[in-house]
Design a binder for this molecule. Sequence first.
Ligand code: FES
Ligand SMILES: [Fe+2]
Length: 394
Amino acid sequence: MTTIDDAHRPVSFSIPTPGGALMSTMGGESYGDPAFFEAEQDLIFEQMWFAAARAADLPTPGAFRKVQVGRESVLVVRDRTGAVNAFLNVCRHRGAMLCTEDSGTVKRHLRCPYHAWTYGLNGKLVAAPNLGALTDHTGTGIDRTEYGLLPVAVREWLGYVWVCLASEPPSFEQDVIGAVTERLGDAEAIGHYDIESLSVGKRIVYDVAANWKLIVENFMECYHCATIHPELTEVLPEFADGLAAQYFVGHGAAFGEDVQGFTIDGGAGLDAIPGVSADQDRRYYAITVRPNVFINLVPDHVIFHRMYPMAVDRTIVECDWLYLPHVVAEGRDVERSVELFHRVNQQDFDACERTQPAMASRAYRNGGVLVPSEHHIGEFHEWVSSKITRGERG
Ligand code: FES
Ligand SMILES: [Fe+2]
C-alpha cells in the first residue's frame, strides 16, 4: 500500500552495484543524450563500414540512393562502367545538397539544382555555367577533379553496398566478414546461403522511436522471447527458454518438431536455398554486424536488417526478405513467410519504443541490469564505451 510519505519519498539515483548474477547496463544518458549520440555518429558510424543499400536497388547506370551515415548524407550511385560509387551529397560550389530525393535515376549526370554545377557518375565535375571562362591568375582553368564530389570508400558484399566515411577505413575482412565468421564459427557457412544472388521478395521500412543501441540489445537477447514473441517461440521452441542464438558461437536455433518452415503458422516455406548444408537445415541463425546490420538465416530465405540512426531517439530500420530469384520472379506468395519476422520486428520495436522514454528518467540515470542470459550484451556496452572513450578516427 502506498502512503503519502512513500509517494513523496525521492527516487534514489543510485542502484545497488549489481552482484552475482546481475551486471550493469550503460546509463540512461547514453541512450537519450544528443551529445552522446553525436559522439557515436563521429566515432562509430562515420568510422566503420556501414551497409548502405542493396546493390540490386541500383540496377542501371545513373541509379542512386541517398542514405544517412552518421551526420552525413551519402549518395550511392552506379556509374557507366557498372561500378558503384559513393560520394558525400554536397555540391562543391556552395554546398547545396545535390540530391534531395531518397532514390531515383539520373540520365548521365548529377546536376546541382542551385547553380547547375554538373558532375559525372564517377563524381568528376564535368560542367558549370561559365566554367570555361574560370581561370586563375596564371590563366589555367580549374581542376575538374579537384572540384569533384568527395568520394566515400565502397565495398560490395552479400549483395549490399557498404560504405565507410573514414579516410583510412578499417579492415573490411576483419570488421565485417570477421564478425559473421565469428558468429557462425565457420568462414564458409555464410556462403552457403548465396545471399548475393538472392532477390528482395519484400522490404519493409520501420521508423522506430528508439535509440539504435536499444534495437541492437533487443536483437542480441531472447530473454523477452517468451513474453512478446508467441509466434516465433512456436516455430523455435528453444527461444521460449530465453537463450538467444547469439548466446552461443555457431548455434542455430532448431525448428520445432512439427514445424515445416519459418512461417507465421509453421507451414511450409518457399524453395530452400540449394547450398544450405544438412546441419544448417531446419535452423535459424542470427548475426549482428556492428554497427548497423542484423542478418537472419533460415533454409529458404534471409532477412537482412539495416539500421539508419537518425537521432538519439529515432532509428529507421530497413528490412529485406531475400529469396531465390525464381521465387520472386514467379510471384510466389511469400506473405506467410514475411509475416513471421514482420510480426517479430513490430513486437521488438514496440518494446524498444516503450523503453526509450525511460532513458531520460531519473530512475534510469545509472542504467539497469543484465540477467545472466543477457550478459553477452555487456560486451556490446564495453565496445560502445571504448569507441567513445578512445576517440579514434581513421
Ligand atoms: S551550390 Fe551547387 S551549383 Fe552552386
Ligand atoms: Fe525479439
